[in-house]
Design a protein around this ligand. Structure first.
Ligand code: SF4
Length: 247
């Protein structure tokens, strides 16, 4: 998904552009911060373990869909012990509305057992230990390190990948390249929340099709050459007229 987003981004609107300076990056994040002072993940969780499970389940699924399934699941299984006791079939019953649920149920049970065996039932703070858990890759580990343990990591999903490339803030051909570019350009005092600001900006403003450039707080800094034009009064009137006439 991210690779196809890369192609879409690089095909259109992205020529050779001047790189962001540190002071431009400072202004970029100060604007996102002002627009949303306390950004949070939209996944619902109650502790580090339920956050980890929610993130594992969220691969190729919407946060809304995951929350719908995990609400009832986490009421009865909010620890690795309780989750392991449910077994794969038990977990599947709760998450069968989520894509790829069979494989995800298998991973959730396997990671719960591994947490019990190797980490005393706790979610480890170390990247290496997190990435050794079934179904947990670099992106999931970055989310857990950031949200549960307050580390300044950035998990590059499809939204962040698009925003970083489109704006020219942190261009890169792969999620890892974008992550590395972001770690260099994001001012240290914005690192903790940078991940959420970029995701939410990509999810609600800098959307894949027809980004909402006229409403964008970083429009003057953004290097995208195909920005959506503001709707003029005349165009709005003509659109309304066409609608009235059923054209
Ligand atoms: S100006 Fe448009 S393309 Fe640039 S960040 Fe804003 S919404 Fe995205």
């Amino acid at each position: 998904m991210v690779a196809s987003a890369a192609r879409a981004v690089t095909k259109k609107g992205v020529a050779m552009r001047r790189a962001f300076t540190k002071s431009e990056a400072e202004i970029f994040f100060s604007r996102l911060a002002k627009a949303l002072p306390e950004p949070k993940t939209e996944l619902v969780y109650t502790n580090a373990f339920t956050l980890l499970v929610a993130v594992v389940l969220s691969a190729q699924a919407t946060d809304k869909g995951v929350n719908k399934a995990t609400g009832p699941l986490f009421k009865i299984a909010d620890t690795p012990g309780k989750m392991a006791a449910l077994g794969e079939a038990g977990v599947s019953e709760f998450i069968k509305t989520i894509g790829l649920y069979r494989g995800k149920a298998k991973n959730v049970i396997a990671l719960s057992k591994l947490l019990l065996e190797k980490h005393g039932g706790e979610v480890p703070h170390e990247r290496e230990a997190l990435e050794a858990l079934p179904g947990v890759g670099r992106k999931t580990a970055n989310v857990v390190l950031n949200v549960a343990f307050g580390e300044g990591t950035i998990a590059v999903d499809t939204h962040i990948f698009r925003v970083a490339n489109r704006t020219g803030l942190a261009p890169g051909k792969t999620p890892r390249a974008v992550e590395d570019s972001l770690m260099k350009i994001v001012p240290a005092h914005y690192l903790l929340h940078a991940h959420h600001w970029l995701i939410l900006h990509g999810r609600y403003v800098c959307v894949a099709r027809a980004p909402k450039c006229p409403d964008c707080v970083v429009c003057d800094l953004c290097r995208y050459s195909d920005k959506t034009k503001p709707v003029t009064k005349r165009a709005a009137r003509s659109k309304a007229r066409a609608k009235r006439q059923g054209i």
